[in-house]
Design a protein around this ligand. Structure first.
Ligand code: HEM
Length: 647
C-alpha cells in the first residue's frame, strides 16, 4: 500500500506512480507492506501503530504545539507594529556575546548525550546539507532565492566590525511545499528526515534497504572491522569532506544516516552505541547458541535502544530539567516497576518547538576538545568545529579513546549567558568563513513560523510578561535590558531568545519554558511509541524477572523475556514474570523457536553496569562524571535498567 507522507492517508498506486514520475518519491509518498502486531520494530519505523501504518516513519511531519505565525504575505513573522523583527545576529550578540565560561558541574557528556537524543529523532545535524545545498545566499540576489534566509551583519557588530563580513549564509528548512508535495495554500511545514522515535535510527538506519546493508548477516552483529585493535563500522562514505588524507584520516563510516559522520559529539556517541550493539549480540549469542541472526539482532538492538531511552529519561533529562519536575509531570516514575502508558491515539511526532527550542543546548557547547592519554594526562586541545564531517581523525592514534576521556573529564560550557566563540563565529569550521549557529537558531525560529515567547509562556501556564519590566521576575536584569533595547514590544520576543534569557529552575540547567516544551516531548516519545522499552504491547517486551521474592533482587534484575504478551494488553504497569505466571506468557513469534522456557538474558546489577561499560570500551575510564566529582543526575540510578556511567 502507498501512503502520503504529509497527511498519512492511503493513496492509489496511480497517484504514487505519478509522484514517482515527477521524482517526488520518497519525499511525498511511501510504500508500506502490511503491518502485523507480532512483528518487531521496523527499520523505517512504519507500523509502529498498525492502525495508522505511516505514523512514526521518516519523512513525516513535525507536531506543532501552537499554530504557525507568518506575515500576511507568507513571509517571516513581523513585529506587532508590522515592522520586521530585529536582526537575528544583533539580538544574538546582545543576549549571548562570544565568551568562555566553563561549567563547574557538568561535563561534555551532557552535551554529547543531548545531541545524540535530538539527532536521533530529527535531522538536526544534516551537516552535509547545511554546508553544501546552498552557499550562495550572500551573493547578489541571494536573499531572493527561496532556499535562502541570509543574516545581515551590521558594520558596528561587536565581533565582526573589524572584518569585511556583512552577511552570513543560511539556508531554509526543507518543507513539503518547497519539495512540491503540498501546494502553498497551507502554511509551510517542515519534513522530518529522521524517524521521530528515540530508536537509534542514527545508528541502525531508517530505510529498510540501507539498514539491511549495515548488518553483518551473522551473530546478530552490525558490520564491523578491526582497525588498530579496535572495532569500527565499515564504510568508505564520501561525506567526510574534512578528512585530512595527509594525516592518514581515511575512515568514513557507513551508518544509519549522514549525521553519524557529522558533528564530533554525535559521531563518537554513535560509536559507543555501535560497539555496544555488537557486544550485546555476542553476549546473547553465547547464551543462546540456537538463536538465528535475526533473533540475535532484534534482541541486541532492542536492548541497545532500551539503554539509550533509559539514559535519556533517567540520566540526562533529570540533570537538565530537574528530577522532581519530571516526576511531577509524569515523564518518569519513581517506582520500581516499568510503567506502560502507551497511548495509541497519540501520534508519534517530534514537536517543532522541541527541535527549535533545543537549539538552546548550543549555549552549553564548549568549543575546545581536550584529548587525554590513558593516564588522563592532557595531550592536546583542539577546536571541535574543525572535526565535523571528519570521522577519519577518530581512528588515527585511537583519538576516539582520548576524546571519550575528554567527554567525561572536561567541563562543558556554562549557561552563563555567553556563547563559545567557535559556536558564535565559526560553527561550520573551515567550510564557511563565518557562521553563527546561535543567530541561525533565532532565524530558524522565524523561518518555521514559531509564535513569540509570551504565547508559549501562556501555553505552559506560566506568568506572561505584560511589559519588559515583568521579565525581571524570571530573567537577570541585564537580559531584560538587552531585550528591551532589541525588541519593540514584549510580545515580539522570539521563543528561543526568551528561553536563553530565563533563569534556570531550581536543580536544573534550564528555565521553565524549555522544561515545559521538552517535557511535552518526553511524554510524546514514551506514550506514542508502541515499542518503548517499558511498554508491553509487543511481542519482544521486556519483563522484570523474579528470582525468589527479594525486592532488592527483583529491582536490580531485568530479564529480556522471550515471551512478550503480544498486542492489545491494557495493563497499566508491568508485572514481574512470577506475578504473571511464567507459563501464561504467550510465545513470541519472532524470538523463540528454541529455548522456549529459558529466560533469554538475566542481568544482575553488576552485569547491568557492564552493559554500560562497552559504551566506553577500550577507554579504561574510572572518572567522575562531573568535573567537581560530586553527584549529578547522571549518577542517580534509575528504577528500570540501572546504568552507572561511572564505574
Ligand atoms: C560543536 C558542536 C555543534 C555544532 C558545530 C553545531 C552546529 C549546528 C548547526 C550548523 C546547525 C544548523 C544551523 C542552521 O543552519 O539552522 C545546528 C542545529 C541544531 N543543533 Fe547543533 N551544533 C553543535 C552541537 C549541538 C548540541 C550539543 C546540541 C544538543 C542538543 C545541538 C542541537 C541542535 C539542534 C536541536 C539543532 C536544530 C536543528 C533543526 O532545526 O532541525 N547542537 N547545529
Amino acid at each position: 500500500e502507498w501512503y502520503d507522507t504529509y497527511s498519512g492517508h492511503r493513496i492509489t498506486a496511480e497517484r504514487a506512480a505519478a509522484l514517482n514520475a515527477s521524482g517526488l518519491i520518497p519525499y511525498c509518498a511511501m510504500e508500506i507492506k502490511d503491518c502485523s502486531f507480532n512483528e518487531p520494530r521496523r527499520m523505517d519505523s512504519t507500523c509502529n501503530n498498525p492502525h495508522y501504518p505511516s505514523r512514526g516513519a521518516i519523512l513525516t511531519p513535525y507536531h506543532r504545539l501552537l499554530p504557525p505565525q507568518f506575515s500576511a504575505d507568507g513571509g517571516l513573522r513581523r513585529a506587532k507594529s508590522g515592522r520586521p523583527l530585529p536582526n537575528a545576529r544583533a539580538v544574538r550578540v546582545a543576549i549571548l556575546p562570544d565568551g568562555r565560561v566553563s561549567s563547574e558541574e557538568f561535563t561534555q557528556l551532557l552535551v554529547n548525550l543531548a545531541v545524540v537524543t535530538l539527532g536521533d529523532s530529527s535531522s538536526i545535524h544534516d551537516t552535509v546539507n547545511y554546508v553544501t545545498i546552498t552557499s550562495t545566499c550572500c551573493q547578489p540576489g541571494g536573499d531572493k532565492d527561496p532556499r535562502c534566509i541570509p543574516i545581515r551583519v551590521s558594520p558596528d557588530d561587536l565581533h565582526l566590525r573589524t572584518s569585511n563580513v556583512r552577511c552570513l549564509n543560511l539556508t531554509r528548512s526543507i518543507t513539503y511545499q518547497s519539495i512540491g508535495c503540498v501546494d502553498d495554500t497551507v502554511p509551510q511545514e517542515r519534513i522530518n528526515l529522521a524517524t521521530p522515535m528515540l530508536d537509534l535510527s542514527t545508528l541502525y538506519g531508517s530505510e529498510g534497504y540501507r539498514a539491511a546493508a549495515l548488518r553483518e548477516g551473522k551473530g546478530g552483529r552490525l558490520k564491523s572491522e578491526v582497525f588498530n585493535g579496535k572495532e569500527w563500522p565499515r564504510g568508505n562514505g564520501r561525506v567526510c569532506i574534512n578528512n585530512q588524507a595527509g594525516r592518514g584520516e581515511r575512515r568514513c563510516h557507513q551508518a544509519g544516516d549522514g549525521s553519524a559522520n557529522g558533528l564530533l559529539g554525535l559521531n563518537i556517541a554513535i560509536m559507543w552505541y555501535f560497539r555496544n550493539h555488537n557486544y550485546l549480540a555476542d553476549q546473547l549469542s553465547a547464551m543462546n547458541s540456537c538463536w538465528t541472526d535475526d533473533q540475535l539482532f532484534v534482541a541486541a538492538k532492542e536492548i541497545n535502544i532500551a539503554i539509550f531511552q533509559n539514559i535519556v529519561y533517567y540520566e540526562l533529562m533529570p540533570t537538565v530539567l530537574g528530577y522532581n519536575y519530571l516526576v511531577e509531570n509524569g515523564a518518569i516514575y519513581p517506582g520500581q516497576l516499568h510503567v506502560d502508558d502507551y497511548d495509541e491515539t497519540m501520534e508519534p511526532r517530534v514537536s517543532l518547538e522541541m527541535i527549535l527550542a533545543s537549539r538552546w543546548f548550543h549555549v552549553l557547547q564548549e568549543g575546545r576538545m581536550n584529548i587525554y592519554d590513558p593516564h588522563f594526562k592532557l595531550v592536546k586541545q583542539l577546536a571541535i568545529v574543525d572535526f565535523t564531517l571528519r570521522t577519519g581523525a577518530l581512528a588515527v592514534n585511537d583519538t576516539i579513546a582520548g576524546i571519550t576521556r575528554g567527554t567525561y573529564l572536561q567541563a562543558c560550557a556554562s549557561n552563563h549567558k555567553v556563547i563559545d566563540p567557535d559556536m558564535g563565529e565559526r560553527s561550520l569550521g573551515r567550510v564557511q568563513r563565518v557562521s553563527d549557529v546561535a543567530a541561525a537558531d533565532i532565524m530558524k525560529n522565524r523561518d518555521i513560523g514559531l509564535p513569540p515567547y509570551n504565547e508559549y509562556r501562556k501555553l505552559c501556564g506560566l506568568p506572561v510578561a505584560k511589559d519588559f519590566h515583568d521579565l525581571r521576575h524570571w530573567m537577570p536584569q541585564e537580559h531584560v535590558e538587552a531585550l528591551y533595547s532589541s525588541y519593540e514590544h514584549v510580545d515580539d520576543i522570539d521563543l528561543l531568545v526568551g528561553i536563553i534569557s530565563e533563569n534556570p529552575l531550581p536543580g536544573a540547567v534550564t528555565g521553565p519554558t524549555l522544561a515545559c516544551i521538552v517535557t511535552d516531548q518526553l511524554l510524546r516519545w514514551r506514550k506514542a511509541d508502541r515499542f518503548w522499552y517499558e511498554n508491553t504491547r509487543h511481542p519482544g517486551a521486556f519483563y522484570t524477572r523474579s528470582t525468589g521474592g527479594d525486592q532488592e533482587l527483583e529491582r536490580s534484575q531485568i530479564a529480556v523475556h522471550p515471551r512478550g504478551r503480544g498486542g492489545g494488553d491494557t495493563t497499566k504497569t508491568f508485572a514481574t514474570a512470577r506475578e504473571l505466571g511464567e507459563d501464561k506468557l504467550p510465545r513470541s513469534p519472532y524470538l523463540h523457536e528454541c529455548n522456549e522456557l529459558t529466560p533469554v538474558l538475566v542481568l544482575p546489577a553488576d552485569e547491568l553496569r557492564a552493559v554500560a561499560r562497552p559504551l566506553l570500551r577500550g577507554d579504561g575510564l574510572r572518572l567522575p562524571l562531573t568535573t567537581t566529582g560530586g553527584t549529578s543526575g547522571f549518577k542517580r540510578s534509575s528504577p528500570n535498567i540501572i546504568l552507572y556511567l561511572t564505574f
